[in-house]
Write a new protein. Sequence first.
Length: 406
Amino acid sequence: MRMVEAFPVQHQGKTLVCLRDPLGVAPDPLVVGVGAYYLTTLFNGATSLDEIRAAFEQRFQTTLAPEQLEELVAALDAAYLLDTPAFAERARRVRDEFLASASRSAAHAGLCYAAEPEALRAEIAAYFEAAGCAGPSRKAAERSRTPQGLISPHIDPRRGAAAYAHAYAELMRREKPELIIILATSHYGGGPELFAATFKDYETPLGTVPTDAEFVKRLAGRYRRGDLFVDELLHRQEHSIEFQTLFLAATLGVDGYQVVPILVGSFYDLVRRAAMPASDGRVSSFLDALGELLAAEKRRTLIISGVDFAHIGRKFGDSFGVDGDGVLEDLKRHDLALIETIERGDPVDFFTAVAAEQDRRRICGLAPMYVQLELLRGRAGRLLKYGVAVEPETDSAVSYASLVFD
């Protein structure tokens, strides 16, 4: 099996499992029964089909015919969920098509937000109205100085609407930035490279947000400890930057500024070792390269992090749900303590707080926020909005927040 997402779904009173490729190489998800899902957990590239059948029969105390297992293998291969020649060929085509394109399409339009411009504008205006913020159609009489940094969620906009609204309403009250560095969580990068850039513009239903390809080129030239384009394909499906460009297009339009889209991979190994990220050559080299370019920049510049905070509950592997006594209160208490380190602009205390508990709450924004805090070291942040999205069907919750740095 390839690394795919697996999550339960209900159909006609039965629990099934949906298998979905987060990279989008497999174009369609595949829904299987619990027994078939168990079989997929045994597809490790080393266990034979006979051994898999025997394990299944012992587990479920029922016979599994060889042709049934072969049918499952064929279905998984046809869906590009197995690491086979069929998948390799499909992945090559997808990569070649993406790299040849001038822009990155709006992968989640019609799924997480409306795909039609008029409907989308109405949807986003409703977010602002519900949050009590001045919406995209309103213009401030006088605009204050461009903020230095912004933290915005990357949760589904329909669940994190209030935090998105507070973040981007803040931008609308300020002078428009001319260069926007977007540092966002890379959910599916797993290789040695920690940073992934692209030259591609980001399409949205409201217009195409332009990327500063020349800046990206200079950044790649200065970065000495890796290749910013090895994992460029991750941009194709990743939503964490897409949602920021969506709200930029809705609030600022698509003219008068450029973005630099950077996906930041996991710092899990650094957390495990309690090693400050700046001590890692890849991180320090990136900070030096980007910091030098920003120091020489004459344009009004903003650094955005597209991040979420804690992920807790059964969906994420915890033995507890979120409806227990005090669980959500404890979540909020820990989150606000962590946010206080962000408000102080202290990357060391921020990382230390997460590493001290071995990231047991799964902060899905640790890496980009740390990089942002290093680049803005010492600048005070201000919490705009905090929220928790509870998912009753999986007994789980995700927290998120928006902050601004002046």
